[in-house]
Write a protein that binds this ligand. Structure first.
Ligand SMILES: Cc1cc2nc3c(=O)[nH]c(=O)nc-3n(C[C@H](O)[C@H](O)[C@H](O)COP(=O)(O)O)c2cc1C
Length: 138
């Protein structure tokens, strides 16, 4: 049993994809293992999607910091649940820049466009399935 929190956000106006992603992943690789946190960070045309998984208090603590980070804005929590097995067991924080090919792949599971624009509520289970699919293609 692990707590899983998934959110969406938009990169800030001065976000530098190479430099800032590198700094975020460096931070995650030291902080996350110490706090038993794993997950995946997805990036697609200025938009982030991140899954944080681990003990509930640790996930909530990290999300609190992330939410306040000026490198992104419009942070929207999609779900925080605790009934799924850990997905990214071997990653402190996996990272993937989502391509059009990836979008075609996940559209078989859920409408990616629908997820990022949030025009309709998407079942948490479909998001979990999408993340499992990304895991296969890391
Ligand atoms: C999109 C995004 C994802 C992030 N993911 C993580 C993460 O997984 N782990 C982490 O430690 N920091 C992450 N950060 C960085 C935190 O927001 C924050 O900079 C860090 O926790 C601050 O640590 P400090 O208070 O020790 O400087 C992320 C930031 C952004 C913008």
């Amino acid at each position: 049993m692990v707590h899983q929190l998934f959110y969406l956000s938009s990169a800030g106006t001065n976000f530098d994809v190479v430099k800032d992603i590198k700094a975020i992943l460096a931070k995650a690789s030291s902080y996350n293992p110490k706090h038993n946190i794993t997950g995946i960070l997805l990036f697609h045309s200025g938009l982030f999607m991140q899954l944080l998984e681990g003990p509930k208090e640790e996930v909530a603590g990290l999300y609190n910091k992330i939410e306040k980070d000026p490198r992104h804005k419009n942070v929207i929590k999609v779900f925080a649940i605790d009934h799924n097995p850990r997905i990214f067991t071997n990653w402190s924080m996996a990272y993937k820049e989502v391509t059009d090919v990836d979008i075609k792949m996940v559209n078989k599971i859920l409408s990616f466009n629908n997820l990022i624009t949030r025009t309709e509520k998407i079942d948490n289970e479909l998001i979990i399935q999408m993340l499992n699919e990304f895991k296969k293609h890391l």
